[in-house]
Every structure is written in C-alpha cells, then in structure tokens.
Design a protein around this ligand. Structure first.
Ligand code: AMP
Ligand code: GLY
Length: 417
C-alpha cells in the first residue's frame, strides 16, 4: 500500500516511523516532511494547507491512504476534499474538527451532553466580559475562540492581567475578530488521552503527559511541548475507565447525534481535579509531543488501524506494550521567543534511541537546526526511572551549540500528588 502523510513535525515523523513497521506498507510519502522524515519516507514539497495540490498528488500517485497530522490542514477541509474525490483519508472533516478549532462549539457540546468540563461563558463584548470577570473569583481562565497556535489562553491571577488580556482579545483584535470563552479555573494533574475514533467506535491509546513550560520544574513560558512520557502512575484504571466512557465515548456519540461524526484521533486534554476528571480542551488530531511517546508502544499494525477507522470497519483489538517511554525535546536557544537557525547537529549516530525530527534541514550533507523545536529523543525502559536515566544520557550525547532541553521530563510521575 502507498501512504501519504501530511505534516512536517515530530508527530508526523512518529507516524511515518510507525508506518515503516507495517507489513502492508510499501511506500510512504510525506508532505512536506523534514530532514529526519526524509530518511524514512519520500518528502514531497507541498504545503499542508494546499488542498488541491495534495489531492492531485494523491490521485496521480495512486495513494491508497492519506493520514492528516496537523490541525491547520483539518481546519481548511483537507479531509472533506479527499472524501469528495473518493480518496481514502484518516482524519476528521472540517465540521468535526470544530471540536478543536472552535472552543465555543466544544464547550456547548459538552454542556448539552453532560460531559464534565470547567464552567464557562462566551463573550464578544469587552464591557460584558469584564463585568463577568469582576463578579467571579480569580484566577480566571480566558480563551480566545479560534486557532491561536497555543497562544490564545491566559490564566489571569489579577484583575489587571484579566483586563489587559480581554483588551488584546476583544478590543485590539490581536488575533482577529473573535469571541472569548471565560472559564472556571481548575486544579489537578493534566493528562492526554487520545483515542482512535470512527463514529461511535472508540479505541483508547496509552495515556501520556505533556510538559508545556520551557524550563525545568515547569518554569518559563509556555511552548508547543518540551517532552512527554507514558504511563502515568497517578491516573488509576478507574480514572481511565471514567474518562473513556464519560468523556471520549460520550463525545464521539454526541458528535454523531450532532450530524458531524468524528473520524480520526480524538484527543482529550484532561485534568484530574478534586471533583473528578474534567476536560480542559479537545484536539481533533494526534497530540505533539505525546504521539512521539505513545506510538512507540503500539504493537498492532498502524496501517490496519488507519484503514479501519477511515472506512468504518471494526477493529478486534489494539495491542500496546506496557513499557515506559520518555521523550525529551531539544529546542533552539531563545525558543519560544526569537531564535536563530542553521546550527549543525553532531553525534546523532551515537544516540541509542528514537530520534524524531521536529524542525531540521539538510545543509551541505549535515543536519542543521531549522525551527524552534528541533528534535525529540525517545527512549524506552522497564519503568519510568530507567527510561528517564536512559533518555537523559542519550540526549546529552547530542552536540549542538544552540540547543537546550529539560532534564526533568517524567519527574512528575515520581512525585506524590
Ligand atoms: P488549552 O489551550 O485550552 O489546552 O489551555 C492551555 C493550558 O492552560 C492548559 O494545558 C492548562 O494548563 C491551562 N488551562 C486551560 N484551561 C484551564 C482551566 N479551566 N483551569 C486551569 N487551567 C487551565
Ligand atoms: N500536546 C498538546 C497538543 O498537541 O496540542
């Protein structure tokens, strides 16, 4: 089978890597890919949002299945367009992807179907929003409604911060015309629960936890994710069963009832609060960097899963390894702010672990940095401590003068919560 993967980051590299382990797959293309993906797939220079060019490529090259990675491609309707052309594609339609692209849609769906989440109100007018914030307790959570590349959430500790954020979002149109969802502030450990979903069929993956802050001990600015690990000792089987039924299955059923059945990966960004598991956000795709630690645990053939989900065929069982896996991201110094590109990355050949490239390029035969997050090193162990010792030792072998990384990925699993 010939497969096209759309995307270019670490998540797509992990998907490509999983596809290379399939006995069904003979050829993998990736649009656009990166220098690491190019070692395992043929990279094609088409933008992930260029729907027509992607569709034409799939037709001309007799692609059997296309897998969509990034949210931007989903939000412009890549899946709808492929389906109309009779092409097999793994991912949600534009309408189903609203669960991620519109916070208001997601919140209203959860309210209507009793799916546990933080209390909220939606506002378009600055004065009314400010009045609401003043009448409620701090901290408060302000979310710009739309895709804001992870930068649309502000947790305001003071009234001044809240007012400034509301001004940005509603008066200065910093993100474009929009709405703000104001949410109750929840506490507890966060975790990511991804499921393969086709209509009301929901197949759970192993749980993972992302590390969004730039520096050790959760200090510094929010990023796209500096590392992830699995399993999560503080989430019990009971918590997982509750989240599976009351959140993931309930949401899949709700989407069917609303006339926009979900196909693809439904990602629950959840929090274990003192009053039970609640939804922080949904994504309509594989999480990044969670995918880079979750897919190495998959023992079933991923092509079979993608194909079954895309065509609505039931899956008997998905097999997962119970190994511990930790991934540590190497990012360019300065990220998530300004950073420089083009630094050579050396000694990769001596690293004993998976290396998924996030932002790299090939220059004069050498791998160089080409993005904020550059690569993720992923190691397995019999338990989290073994995986952490291993990954930290392997990351330290990488030589590049312009990279930094966290040394505490996975440590939250050792703390009592
Ligand atoms: P989101 O983009 O919705 O995932 O929000 C980004 C981050 O903000 C989350 O990962 C949480 O750490 C935090 N956050 C979002 N909503 C809430 C909430 N209602 N209560 C507490 N923290 C939140
Ligand atoms: N790891 C969070 C995300 O993929 O959005």
């Amino acid at each position: 089978m010939k497969v096209l993967v759309i995307g270019s980051g670490g998540r797509c590299h992990a998907i490509v890597d999983a596809l290379t382990r399939s006995s069904k797959v003979s050829k993998i293309y990736c649009a656009k890919g990166n220098a690491g993906i190019a070692l395992q797939a043929e990279c094609v220079n088409i933008k992930e949002t260029d729907v027509e060019a992607l569709k034409n490529f799939a037709i001309e090259n007799a692609i059997d299945l296309t897998v969509v990675g990034p949210e931007a491609a989903l939000a412009v309707g890549v899946v709808d367009s492929f389906r109309e052309a009779g092409l097999k594609v793994f991912g949600p339609t534009k309408s189903a992807a609203r669960i991620e692209s519109s916070k208001e849609f997601a919140k209203q769906l959860m309210t209507k179907y009793g799916i546990p989440t933080a209390g909220f109100e939606t506002f378009t007018e600055f004065d009314k929003a400010l009045e609401y914030v003043k009448a409620h307790s701090l901290p408060t959570v302000l979310k710009y409604d739309g895709l804001a590349a992870g930068k649309g959430v502000v947790i305001a500790e003071t009234m001044e911060e809240a007012e400034a954020a509301l001004k940005d979002m509603l008066l200065d149109a910093k993100f474009g015309e929009g709405k703000v969802v104001i949410e109750e502030f929840l506490t507890g450990p966060e975790f990511s629960f991804m499921c393969f979903v086709s209509g009301t069929d929901v197949y759970p993956m192993v749980l993972a936890q992302d590390h969004k802050r730039a520096y050790d001990n959760d200090k510094g600015p929010n990023t796209g994710g500096m590392g992830a690990y699995t399993p999560l000792p503080f989430i019990t089987e009971e918590d997982k069963a509750y989240a599976y039924e009351k959140v993931l299955c309930a949401t899949a059923e709700a989407m069917v009832k609303e006339g926009c059945p979900f196909t693809g990966v439904l990602y629950g960004g959840l929090m274990k609060t003192p009053s039970g598991v609640k939804v922080i956000e949904f994504n309509a795709r594989f999480g990044d960097p969670e995918t880079e630690v979750v897919l190495p645990c998959l023992e079933s053939d991923i092509y079979d899963i993608f194909e079954a989900i895309a065509t609505g065929r039931k899956i008997e069982k998905i097999e997962w390894s119970d190994k511990a896996v930790i991934g540590v991201v190497l990012a360019s110094k300065g990220y998530p702010g300004d950073y420089e590109k083009g630094y050579a990355i050396e000694n990769l050949e001596n690293v004993d672990g998976k290396m998924y490239h996030m932002g790299t390029a090939l220059k004069d035969g050498k791998i160089v940095t080409a993005g904020g997050r550059v690569m993720i090193v992923v190691c397995m162990g019999d338990d989290l401590k073994a995986a952490q010792d291993k990954v930290n030792a392997e990351v330290a072998k990488i030589e590049c003068e312009n990279l930094f990384y966290r040394k505490d990925i996975g440590s939250k699993a050792f703390k009592k919560i």
